[in-house]
Design a protein around this ligand. Structure first.
Ligand code: GLV
Ligand code: MN
Ligand code: MN
Length: 417
C-alpha cells in the first residue's frame, strides 16, 4: 500500500455537496434526470475537476465519461473505477456520487502519495444507472458490457416519447452506439465504491462491505385494460375496474415474493398510473411497473412465472385484459476472487473491519462483470436508508471507503495478470 495515503476528507465532502447542488429538486431532495440541465451542468463541472487532476477525459456515444490516469505501462489493460451521478426523483446525495467522487479522491490521494500505477487507472461516470428516464437501469454500463445494442437508440423512449437517439444528440453525445461496447480485455479489473443501501454494515458495525456477488434484477411492465364509466351510474356488479384488478395483482406480487421464504427475494411495484385519473370516473386502464430481484436467478425466474399466472387468474376473474411486457431479466454477477482478496487486504492494511456481503441493489458493476473481473466496496448508510432525501453516510465512513478503494486500485494497478 502506498504510504502515506491521505484522503482529503474535506475536499471530498465539499465535492459531494457541490454535486448535490446540481439538482432538479429542492434540498434536501436530490434529483438528476440523465441528459437534463442539472445532469449536464454536473458533468461539465466534473470534467473540469478531472482535468485539474491531470486526467485524460473522453466520452462515448451514450454519454459514459472516462478519465484516465496513465500508468507506467499503458499498453496493459487498465483498472476501472466509478459509478453514476443520475439520481431518482426526490432521493439523496450519496447514491452513485460517492463512487464517482470517491474514485476521484482515491486517484488524487494516490497521486499525492507519489504512487506510480503500472496499469492505467480509469475513472468512469456511467450514463443512466437509474431507470427513471428510459425505463431501463444501467444503460451506459449495459452498452459497455455488450448487454444492450444500438437498437436502443430507437427503442428506448422517455415519458414524452423522445428517443434515446434524440436525447443523447441534444446532450452532445454523437456517434454510433455500436462503438460503445468495450473490447474484451479493456479492463483488467473494475472496482465500484457505493453506499450499502441496506442496514447490515451499520447494524454489525463494519466499516466497509466487501461485495462477493450482485443480485439478479428484473422488471416488468404490466398493463391492465378494463372498462371506464361513471362512478355513480355504473352498477357495482357490472364493472370492469382496472384499478381493482391492478390492486389484486400488486398484492399477488408481494405474496409471491414472500412465499419463497427468503429475505433475498424482493418485489416492488413502484410505479402505477391510473387512467383517466378522475375521482368520479371508473379506472379504465392501469400501467404499472414491478421490480423483482433475487440473489438466486432460478428462484427469481420462478417468481416471474408465478406473477404471470397470477395476472392471468385476476384477468379471468375480473374480466379485464392484462398484458405483461418484460423490461429486463438479468443474470446475477459474482465478484472476482482476486479482487475480493485485494479489497480484504486493503481493508486490513487500512485498519478497518469489513463484512463480506451480497449486493441486493443492482449497480453498473453487474454489467461491467460481463467484460471484466469486478469488485465492490460498500460503506454504511444511516438506517440503511437510500433512494430518499435523508440518505446519509458519515464523513468518516466516506473517507474509509475512499481509502479502501484507493488501496485496492493501487494493488490491482501493480498486478501483472
Ligand atoms: C439501483 O438504483 C437499484 O435500484 O438497485
Ligand atoms: Mn439508485
Ligand atoms: Mn447507485
Amino acid at each position: 500500500m502506498p504510504m502515506p495515503l491521505h484522503i482529503e476528507r474535506d475536499r471530498l465532502l465539499s465535492d459531494i455537496e457541490k454535486l448535490a447542488s446540481f439538482s432538479d429538486d429542492d434540498p434536501p431532495g436530490t434529483s438528476r434526470l440523465v441528459f437534463a440541465g442539472a445532469d449536464q451542468n454536473a458533468r461539465a463541472w466534473l470534467k473540469s475537476l478531472w482535468r485539474d487532476a491531470g486526467l485524460a477525459v473522453r466520452e462515448d456515444a451514450v454519454g459514459n465519461m472516462f478519465a484516465r490516469w496513465l500508468g507506467t505501462r499503458p499498453e496493459l489493460a487498465a483498472i476501472g473505477t466509478g459509478s453514476h451521478i443520475d439520481a431518482i426523483p426526490h432521493s439523496g446525495k450519496f447514491d452513485g456520487t460517492v463512487g464517482v467522487l470517491g474514485g476521484l479522491e482515491a486517484i488524487r490521494a494516490l497521486q499525492q502519495s507519489g504512487f506510480q500505477p503500472q496499469r492505467s487507472i480509469e475513472l468512469l461516470l456511467f450514463t443512466a444507472e437509474e431507470p427513471t428516464r428510459f425505463g431501463l437501469g444501467c444503460l451506459g454500463s449495459r452498452m459497455l458490457g455488450g448487454s444492450l445494442n444500438s437498437a436502443a437508440d430507437a427503442n428506448l423512449k422517455d415519458s414524452e416519447g423522445r428517443t434515446l437517439a434524440e436525447l443523447r444528440a441534444a446532450a452532445g453525445f454523437h456517434g454510433s452506439l455500436d462503438e460503445v461496447r468495450l473490447p474484451d480485455g479493456y479492463y483488467a479489473g473494475f472496482v465500484e465504491l457505493h453506499i450499502e443501501q441496506g442496514p447490515l454494515l451499520e447494524r454489525e458495525k463494519s466499516a466497509v462491505g466487501i461485495v462477493t456477488s450482485i443480485a439478479a434484477p428484473a422488471a416488468l411492465r404490466i398493463s391492465v385494460e378494463g372498462e371506464g364509466g361513471h362512478a355513480g351510474g355504473v352498477l357495482m356488479p357490472d364493472r370492469k375496474d382496472a384499478f381493482c384488478a391492478a390492486a389484486e395483482i400488486v398484492l399477488a406480487i408481494e405474496q409471491r415474493a414472500l412465499a419463497t421464504g427468503s429475505v433475498d427475494t424482493c418485489a416492488t411495484v413502484g410505479k402505477c398510473h391510473v387512467y383517466p385519473g378522475a375521482v368520479n370516473s371508473i379506472p379504465s386502464r392501469v400501467e404499472m411497473e414491478a421490480d423483482i430481484r433475487d440473489t438466486d436467478e432460478e428462484r427469481r425466474n420462478q417468481v416471474l412465472r408465478e406473477i404471470g399466472e397470477a395476472c392471468q387468474r385476476v384477468a379471468a376473474k375480473r374480466n379485464v385484459q392484462v398484458k405483461i411486457t418484460p423490461i429486463n431479466a438479468d443474470a446475477p454477477a459474482a465478484c472476482s476472487p482476486h479482487i475480493v482478496e485485494a479489497m480484504v487486504q486493503a481493508a486490513d492494511e487500512s485498519g478497518l473491519g469489513y463484512k463480506k456481503m451480497v449486493s441486493r441493489a443492482y449497480h453498473d458493476s453487474l454489467f461491467m462483470a460481463r467484460i471484466a473481473p469486478v469488485g465492490m466496496v460498500f460503506i454504511p448508510c444511516r438506517g440503511g436508508v437510500s433512494h430518499r432525501p435523508d440518505e446519509y453516510s458519515a464523513p468518516q465512513e466516506i473517507e474509509d471507503g475512499a481509502k479502501v478503494l484507493a488501496c485496492t486500485l493501487a494493488k490491482l494497478s501493480l498486478l501483472e495478470s
